[in-house]
Design a protein around this ligand. Structure first.
Ligand SMILES: [Zn+2]
Length: 118
C-alpha cells in the first residue's frame, strides 16, 4: 500500500492553482499527497465525499485532509459568502471524521489576497 501523507481537495478553478500548490508544498511534497480537483469542491458533497474521497481514504489512508474553498467560485453563483463556503466545508469535515475518526481535517479558503484559514 502506498500511503498518502495528505489528501488535498480543491476546485478546478485555474486562477487559484498556483497559490494552492504553493500552500500544499509547505505541508507535503509531490509524491506524498493525493489530490481531488472538483468544481466547487465541498459544495458537491455527494460526488466529492462518496465517490472521490472514499477512494483516497480506502486506498491511501491519508493522515490529514486539507479542503481548499475559494472565493468567487462559479459553482456557488451569487452566494459566495465565506460563511456559505465554511458551512459546506464543515459538513464535509464532519463526514470525514465520522468515516475516519483519527483523521485531521484543515479548512482553508483561497482568496485573491492569498490563502486564509476558513
Ligand atoms: Zn470554484
Amino acid at each position: 500500500m502506498h500511503k498518502a501523507k495528505i489528501l488535498v481537495i480543491h476546485c478546478i478553478d485555474l486562477r487559484f492553482q498556483e497559490m494552492i500548490d504553493a500552500d500544499v508544498k509547505q505541508n507535503a511534497s509531490y509524491g506524498e499527497f493525493d489530490r481531488i480537483a472538483w468544481p466547487g469542491a465541498s459544495i458537491d458533497f455527494e460526488n466529492v465525499k462518496n465517490s472521490a474521497i472514499d477512494v483516497s481514504l480506502k486506498l491511501h489512508q491519508p493522515d490529514e485532509v486539507i479542503i481548499y474553498e475559494h472565493e468567487d467560485c462559479g459553482a456557488y453563483g451569487q452566494n459566495n459568502a465565506f460563511e456559505t463556503h465554511k458551512k459546506n466545508a464543515q459538513k464535509l469535515k464532519e463526514a470525514l471524521i465520522e468515516a475516519s475518526p483519527d483523521i485531521k481535517v484543515t479548512l482553508k479558503i483561497a482568496t485573491f489576497e492569498g490563502i486564509k484559514e476558513l
